[in-house]
Ligand binder design. Structure first.
Ligand code: SAM
Length: 242
């Protein structure tokens, strides 16, 4: 695209409004760098941002499916990490939505604290804890899962998701990316505390490699995304009842 044409396209996109502009920009990126051209031999990903600049990240497709299928548990007093987006989207009968973050600059946090040492939160407080894509950043997993269990009411539900496969995501001085998970590690980690435990695999070799390469979910067929091959899973969902 020549510079004047690019300028015209950008001016046009800006007039669409934020939501339509983002959708149009993502579609344009997919058209300009199609994933199927030489994807397998590329040593660099097509996107370094989980494909979010091209559409919806592949792991979000699975996270949202996991939560949608367990939406009945997202009720009463609910705790979520970073923001209450999934509580609002999937919850019903929510009496109070709290947000936990270790990051003091997060203005949405109603509880600023470290899940590994969350002594400021009393026992048996929450009906549901939505803990998506966070445990990879927590070094002491035993302590974190111990607190997640402790702050849930008896009968309360932990809905956690963890990556099996993902690019490494470290923000120096802020977040360190420590772990990837397997069915076996989740069964030991959560099974030690929670009696009632379900660990669900999502994804397959196509979804996992596409996610690593930075393709968006929109670039895969839904029927391919929905194939489950636990040996090559992309993501695990953990539903655990106290
Ligand atoms: C990638 S976000 C994941 C949460 C988000 N709801 C999602 O689904 O993407 C990771 C969040 O976990 C927070 N975090 C990392 N370590 C933590 C810890 N030990 N205790 C509490 N929050 C932590 C980070 O500050 C960040 O806001």
């Amino acid at each position: 695209m020549t510079r004047p044409v690019r300028r015209l396209v950008h001016a046009y996109l800006r007039r669409l409004g934020p939501e339509r502009e983002q959708r149009a920009r993502r579609r344009l990126r997919r058209l300009r760098t199609p994933a199927y051209v030489g994807t397998v031999r590329r040593t660099a990903p097509v996107s370094r941002g989980f494909g979010a600049d091209r559409g919806s990240p592949v792991d979000r497709y699975y996270i949202e499916r996991f939560l949608a299928e367990r939406r009945a548990a997202i009720t009463g007093r609910v705790l979520e990490v970073k923001d209450a987006g999934y509580t609002r989207r999937f919850g019903s009968g929510v009496t109070r939505a709290d947000v936990l973050d270790v990051d003091r600059s997060n203005e949405q946090a109603t509880i600023v604290g470290d899940l590994q040492a969350l002594d400021e939160v009393a026992d048996d407080v929450f009906d549901c804890f939505v803990l998506t894509q966070t445990l990879l950043f927590v070094y002491d997993l035993e302590a974190a899962v111990g607190h997640a269990h402790r702050i849930l009411k008896p009968g309360g539900t932990l809905l956690a998701t963890v990556p099996v496969v993902s690019r490494v995501m470290t923000t120096p001085g802020k977040l360190d990316d420590y772990w990837r998970f397997t069915q076996a590690s989740c069964e030991r980690l959560f099974g030690g505390r929670f009696g009632d435990l379900e660990v669900v695999s999502y994804g397959n070799v196509l979804a996992s490699t596409a996610f690593l390469r930075g393709l968006a979910a929109e670039e895969l067929r839904r029927r391919d995304l929905d194939v489950v091959d636990p040996d090559y899973a992309t993501l695990l969902g953990v539903a655990a009842r106290k």
